[in-house]
Write a new protein. Structure first.
Length: 299
């Protein structure tokens, strides 16, 4: 059985850990509020962009842009993996990496795969597992994302797709569905599956039955506008994925630190019980020694 000093030392150590996890929870809560506000503020822009894109798409053909045309044979695939830069957020990063591993072992088996990593954890995994890394962006997820990162990386992918260096591009990110639910999600962004999918996925509120998208006057032609808007739509999807992953990371860390704080409290209570039992056992042994000595003197 542990001595009283050892149990006391453990209690002090666990209490300090509880203070750290509690402070980290408060920090994560504060960052979550800011990240969620940024995500919510971006939604109206994405929704209106999808609305205009849907209106223009109705006047254009499906072959108006090479970004809509799938390759005859898919040999090279790029995966955009969004993870956090730091740990201590439960299984958040592991779930996203597992999503990438499952794709590599199923749909992408036998194909040449390269990674674009947003976040240090995904980059470290890709390096350790010997994956090809085309680009890496550290300090993007979890901080203050800049749209220029999404536009520059998105343009590089578009150039690679048009040049034939990449046949398909997939985005792996964490979809924020609530404080207690963040879902690892895979989305194909190149070639663009269909214009109808863009409108349905990105519109914040789908149109009710019997309603129509507003008519937009196009200058120049709808085909020319659509050719300019489709790349911007890819930038929007990447930036939205970064925002959702950032919000999901803070929510996951807040929940993980809350569970850690509760575990520390339970451990302190358990250690206090052990401390009391150890002290009582020591007192009992001392009393038995005293009684035994008194009996020996009588004899």
């Amino acid at each position: 059985m542990a001595t009283l000093k050892e149990v006391q030392s453990k209690i002090v150590s666990v209490k300090k850990t509880r203070q750290i996890t509690s402070a980290m929870k408060m920090v994560a809560t504060s960052k979550l509020r800011g990240s969620q506000n940024a995500m919510e503020a971006f939604k109206p822009y994405a929704s209106k962009f999808a609305e205009v894109l849907g209106s223009i798409a109705g006047k254009s053909g499906e072959d108006v842009s090479p970004l809509l045309v799938p390759k005859e044979e898919v040999k090279k695939v790029a995966l955009l993996l969004c993870t956090s830069d730091r740990g201590l957020c439960g299984g958040f990063n592991i779930n996203l990496i597992d999503k990438a591993v499952k794709m590599l072992k199923s749909e992408l088996e036998g194909k040449e795969v390269s990674f674009v990593c947003y976040g240090k954890k995904g980059r470290d995994w890709a390096k350790k597992s010997g994956q090809t890394i085309d680009a890496q962006y550290i300090g993007v997820v979890g901080g203050r994302p800049d749209f220029s990162v999404a536009s520059s990386s998105g343009q590089a992918l578009i150039n690679s797709f048009l040049a034939g260096d990449v046949d398909e591009v997939y985005l792996i990110y964490s979809e924020f569905q609530g404080m207690a639910k963040q879902v690892p999600t895979v989305k194909q962004i190149l070639p663009i599956p269909s214009l109808e999918d863009i409108v349905n996925e990105e519109a914040a509120a789908p149109a009710k039955e019997g309603t129509f998208l507003p008519e937009h006057i196009c200058e120049p032609s709808s085909d020319a506008l659509l050719g300019k808007m489709l790349p911007k739509n890819i930038f929007i999807q990447i930036f939205d994925a970064i925002l959702q992953t950032s919000t999901s990371e803070h929510a996951a860390r807040m929940r993980a630190m809350e569970n850690a704080t509760k575990a520390c409290e339970d451990m302190v209570d358990e250690l206090k019980t052990i401390f009391n039992k150890t002290r009582q056992a020591g007192i009992t042994n001392d009393l038995m020694d005293i009684v035994g000595g008194a009996e020996a003197l009588k004899g």
